[in-house]
Design a protein around this ligand. Structure first.
Ligand SMILES: [Zn+2]
Length: 310
């Protein structure tokens, strides 16, 4: 069948990328200022890149204008700088990448379909409720567009911190959305297109994004992109188990407290404690790069704030 979906590969470790120079990235969404949870993810990806003599990039995931807080993007960039987390190359803004996402949609056409299920029909499960899939390959916009996922599709990958992962994608993310009816591209598609565009080899990020990885690998395979190496660090939660996030009103970091903020992030990541006399972000980060110990990071998915991790 000319338009049949590619059979899902058996669980396997994605190919490593030994021949590509290390390129990592931190990709915040501008829905609020930098908080401790996002600083931890930024520090982990920065230290991993720098200790591997790699390039470290910042990308602004400003794909969803209604969720943006005015001024947040520049506030985040300013805070990163104040914390000594200086990036290489220009910041990539997802809001300016529409043409690239459109090209990827066209490339995926044979494996996608328009879904015109009503919001009401989708409300219960989010899964396509009609026979929209029978129109695979006949994609038009504007419309909600879904990726055809074989029902028995399984994605496997080795996370350097969370271990071997096997996700029954056909069950957990059946025919997931890659383009919304309102014209916005789905996060999964944008991330995959941009990671490939930027030649990202290593993705170090919070474990709250672990469950998006299978969809992203599925798209990488469909688009013939290489799969990066993934490391998902634990996320910090409050005592109720809620992730520190803008949605839960996590406190913005004070840039004047950059040194204690960095010390807190390093402590959370169970890294060697920098000597007390190191008094600037640059000195702290230099020490942390030289002593980076990814194996010391707990393999837990979440850690409650305030728990003594040393
Ligand atoms: Zn549908």
């Amino acid at each position: 069948m000319p338009n049949s979906p590619r059979a899902a590969p058996p669980p396997a470790t994605p190919p490593s990328t030994p021949n590509r120079p290390y390129r990592g990235r931190f990709a915040p969404s501008p829905s609020g200022p930098l908080h401790l949870g996002s600083l931890i993810a930024a520090v982990a990806s920065y230290l991993d890149a720098r200790s591997n003599r790699g390039i470290w990039l910042v990308r602004m995931d400003d794909l969803d204008p209604p969720r943006e807080v005015p001024g947040a993007a520049h506030s985040i960039l300013d805070s990163l700088s104040q914390h000594g987390l200086h990036w290489d190359e220009d910041v990539l803004w997802q809001s300016q990448r529409g043409e690239a996402y459109q090209r990827a949609l066209q490339q995926l056409q044979a494996q996608t379909f328009n879904c015109d299920c009503s919001r009401k029909a989708l409300a219960a499960t989010g899964v396509c409720q009609r026979d929209c899939r029978s129109r695979q390959g006949e994609v038009t916009t504007p419309a909600a567009i879904r990726m055809t996922v074989p029902r028995d599709g399984v994605i496997g990958f080795d996370d350097t911190l969370q271990g071997s992962q096997h996700i029954a994608l056909g069950q957990t993310s059946a025919d997931f959305l890659i383009h919304r009816k309102d014209g916005l591209y789905a996060y999964q598609l944008a991330v995959v297109v941009d990671d490939a565009h930027q030649g990202i080899t290593h993705i170090v990020r919070g474990s709250d994004l672990l469950d998006t990885t299978a969809r992203q690998i599925f798209l990488q395979q469909a688009l013939d992109y290489p799969t990066p190496i993934y490391s998902h660090v634990p996320v910090i939660t409050n005592s109720a188990g809620q992730k520190f996030s803008k949605q839960h009103h996590a406190t913005a970091l004070a840039d004047r407290d950059a040194v204690p903020n960095l010390r807190s992030a390093l402590k959370f990541l169970c890294q060697p404690r920098p000597p007390a006399q190191l008094a600037s972000p640059a000195e702290l980060l230099q020490f942390a790069v030289q002593n980076w110990a990814p194996r010391a990071i707990p393999s837990a998915m979440a850690i409650v704030a305030g728990r003594d991790s040393t």
